[in-house]
Design a protein. Structure first.
Length: 319
């Protein structure tokens, strides 16, 4: 019969249907069925570049014809700090294996940092080291981590220097200077009209107390440093009430041995302003006087006082 289909025909037709449905899948082989390519064969396609340190990530990785996340993944050993590091590139998808690429992050130039804290500082008799702050962009640099400081000429009054040298993520060095100045201290002069003595003091309380006791307050005699390398000792003779001032430790000790009372260091001597001393050979008390005024120095010499020259030094206003 014409409409009668044999079992053999049905089987044949079914086979063709199965082949038609399976053919597209068979023509595209699954990735697991293909041999993967070593990522190292694409080494020339990768470019890994490091920038200059600024505290943020400074490395990029690019690959011609390959896509990150599909064909490869990359991990940077260090993407921030200066130095030569390794990028680890791992194959994905049709690629396998691991490729290593070196890159360099350049250190920053410390000479481009901003430095603050170089204001004038006061003399102390010891080395002075002002507290400095360095910033690079938005970064605050850390001493002994990002830079070191070396001070010089920083004990005496005058111009001191500091050298900043980069370290770690910073290179190069630069010099800066700062001024060491004396701290100013006022020296007051009083006059005792009964004994003829002049008293010099840096203590405002002593100045006021003596004024209440009848001493004539003659105001500020000069501006002294506080301190300096030259201390001025004050001694008191309890037998006649006289005070003596000396920068000589030897003279101080001799007078103490002769029963003068040491009142210690009462002021200091230094600076560019001469302070003259005169001696009165006719007086028993108040035999010496100090003055910064040349006219007074000369006028007293005209009435019998002996000029002994500039024995102390004081400060001008700008020192």
């Amino acid at each position: 019969m014409k409409d009668r289909v044999t079992v053999r025909q049905l089987r044949g037709n079914l086979l063709w249907v199965i082949l038609a449905l399976a053919l597209p899948a068979l023509l595209v082989a699954p990735s697991w069925a293909l041999a993967k390519e070593d990522i190292n064969s694409k080494a020339s396609a990768f470019t890994v570049v490091g920038g200059t340190y600024d505290g943020s990530e400074q490395v990029t990785c690019k690959a011609d014809s390959l896509k990150e996340g599909t064909d490869y993944s990359v991990k940077f050993e260090d993407a921030v700090n200066a130095g030569t590091h390794v990028a680890v590139i791992t194959g994905m998808g049709y690629y396998e294996g691991t490729l290593l690429k070196h890159y360099t992050i350049a250190p920053a130039d410390v000479t481009k940092a901003t430095i603050s804290g170089l204001d004038d500082v006061h003399y102390t008799g010891q080395e002075v080291k002002p507290t400095l702050t360095l910033t690079y962009g938005q970064l605050k640099l850390r001493e002994d981590v990002d830079y070191t400081l070396k001070f010089s000429k920083n004990k005496k009054v005058g111009m001191a220097e500091v050298t900043v040298t980069g370290r770690g993520n910073y290179v190069n060095s630069f010099d800066r200077s700062f001024q060491i100045r004396y701290r100013h201290q006022l020296v007051y002069r009083l006059y005792n009209k009964w004994s003829g003595e002049h008293l010099f003091t840096t203590e405002a309380k002593e100045y006021e107390d003596c004024g209440r006791q009848g001493w004539t307050q003659e105001g500020v005699a000069w501006d002294a440093p506080d301190p300096s390398d030259t201390p001025v000792y004050r001694l008191y003779n309890k037998f006649n009430g006289e005070h003596l001032y000396t920068t000589s430790r030897r003279e101080h000790d001799i007078l103490v041995a002769k029963k003068w009372t040491s009142e210690g260091v009462k002021l200091y001597s230094a600076g560019g302003m001469p302070i003259y001393r005169l001696f009165n050979p006719y007086a028993q008390v108040g035999t010496h006087i100090f003055t910064i005024e040349r006219s007074e120095y000369d006028s007293l010499a005209g009435v019998g006082w002996r000029q002994e020259g500039a024995k102390l030094q004081g400060l001008y206003g700008w020192e």
